[in-house]
Write a protein that binds this ligand. Structure first.
Ligand code: PHB
Ligand code: FE
Length: 328
C-alpha cells in the first residue's frame, strides 16, 4: 500500500541504506540502520531510530496532540491548532543559553504530510511503532518493506461514546481485537441493560476494562466518551511513553490497573520537578506548566481525562487560570 504524498513533501532518493531524506523548511531528517539525524542551521541531533519512530507515530496519529510533543530533550513540536512549530533545543536550558535553539512554524497539513511520508518510508515490515517492544519486531537495519497498515491505523475518537449507534464499536475477537497476553485475567462480561420502553436506542453501556484489555497498542489515548469538552481518553501502557509531553492545560490521570512511574519536569527548561508513582486507584492532576514521561513495567490501564476547551492554552498563557486545578 502506498501513502498519498502532499506536493510539498520534499524527499530525496533513497540513500545507501535504502531510506529517503526529508527536508522541511531549514530542517533535514535522515536515517541509517540504527539512527535518525536531524540537522538545522545552528546544530544537529541524533536519536535511536526506534525511539524516533515511536515518537513520530504518536505526533502523526494525534495530529500534534495538546501543546508540546518532545521527541526527547531536544527536538519536538508545539501545536498551535492550525499551525505547528518544529523546534530544536527550544525547551532545553543549555541550548537556549548557548543560543543554539531553532524554531520554524508550518501550516499543519504541510508538516503532517512530511511526517506521514517519513514514518511510512522509515518503518520497515515487522516493526509497529505503537506496539510494546515485546510484541513487535525490530526498527533497525537496512530498508526492508513497509508497515503502512500499522502506521496509518485508525485512531479511536468517539463522538459520543464507544458502543453508541454509528459511533466507535466495542472490541471483540471477531473484529480482530483479542485479549492481550498481560490482561488474560480481565473479566469479559458486559453490563446488563434494562432501558425503559422507547429509550432502547438512548441507553448504552460497555465494560471499559474488557475494552482496554483488547487494545493492540500502547501509549495511545483513545477518546471513548465525550461530554461537552470533557474527554475520557483511556489507554494501555507498557514500557516507556515515547514522547515527553509538555502540557498546555491540566490533565487528570486515574490509574486503573498496575503501575506507572512518571518523571515530571519543568515544561520550558526540562528541570526535574518530581517523580510520581501511580498504583491502582491513584489520581493525579498534572499541572499545565510541566512535561511528563511515563514508565510502565507491565501493561497497565490508565485513564487520561482531557479538557478539550480550545480557550485553555490562551487563558493559561495569560495567567488568567492557575497552572494547577486544585489546592489542598
Ligand atoms: C500524556 O501526555 O498525558 C499521555 C500521553 C499518552 C499516554 C498517556 C498519557 O498514553
Ligand atoms: Fe500529558
Amino acid at each position: 500500500m502506498a501513502i498519498a504524498t502532499h506536493p510539498e513533501v520534499q524527499a530525496s532518493e533513497p540513500n545507501a541504506h535504502g531510506y529517503r531524506a526529508f527536508h522541511l523548511g531549514e530542517y533535514e531528517f535522515s536515517r541509517d540502520e540504527y539512527f535518525v539525524y536531524v540537522n538545522w542551521p545552528t546544530g544537529s541531533h541524533v536519536m535511536s531510530a526506534d525511539a524516533f519512530l515511536r515518537a513520530l507515530q504518536r505526533d502523526v496519529a494525534w495530529n500534534f496532540f495538546y501543546g508540546i510533543v518532545n521527541f526527547d530533550g531536544v527536538v519536538g513540536t508545539v501545536n498551535h491548532y492550525g499551525t505547528v512549530d518544529l523546534f530544536a533545543g527550544r525547551y532545553n536550558d543549555a541550548y537556549r543559553k548557548a543560543e543554539l535553539d531553532h524554531v520554524e512554524n508550518f501550516e499543519t497539513p504541510r508538516i503532517r504530510s512530511t511526517f506521514e511520508a517519513m514514518l511510512a518510508d522509515w518503518t520497515n515490515a515487522g516493526f509497529d511503532p505503537f506496539a510494546a517492544p515485546e510484541e513487535t519486531g525490530t526498527a533497525f537495519g537496512v530498508k526492508s518493506g513497509d508497515n503502512v497498515g500499522a502506521v496509518t491505523r485508525h485512531r479511536v475518537t468517539a463522538q459520543r461514546m464507544v458502543g453508541c449507534e454509528g459511533d466507535e464499536p466495542v472490541r471483540t475477537d471477531e473484529s480482530g481485537f483479542r485479549v492481550n497476553r498481560m490482561f488474560a485475567d480481565v473479566p469479559q462480561d458486559q453490563p446488563e441493560l434494562h432501558p425503559e420502553p422507547g429509550c432502547e436506542s438512548e441507553v448504552r453501556a460497555f465494560n471499559l476494562f474488557a475494552y482496554l484489555s483488547r487494545s493492540d497498542v500502547t501509549w495511545n489515548p483513545s477518546v471513548v466518551s465525550v461530554c461537552g469538552d470533557s474527554l475520557y481518553c483511556p489507554t494501555t501502557e507498557e514500557y516507556i511513553l515515547p514522547i515527553i509531553h509538555g502540557n498546555d492545560r491540566v490533565e487528570w490521570f486515574v490509574q486503573l490497573s498496575d503501575e506507572i512511574q512518571w518523571s515530571v519536569e519543568d515544561r520550558d527548561s526540562g528541570a526535574a520537578r518530581s517523580r510520581v508513582i501511580m498504583r491502582p486507584g491513584d489520581v493525579a492532576a498534572m499541572p499545565a506548566n510541566i512535561r511528563h514521561q511515563g514508565y510502565a513495567p507491565k501493561r497497565s490501564m490508565l485513564l487520561v481525562w482531557e479538557n478539550a476547551d480550545p480557550e485553555l492554552p490562551a487563558l493559561l498563557a495569560a495567567g488568567r487560570l492557575p497552572s494547577h486545578p486544585v489546592d489542598f
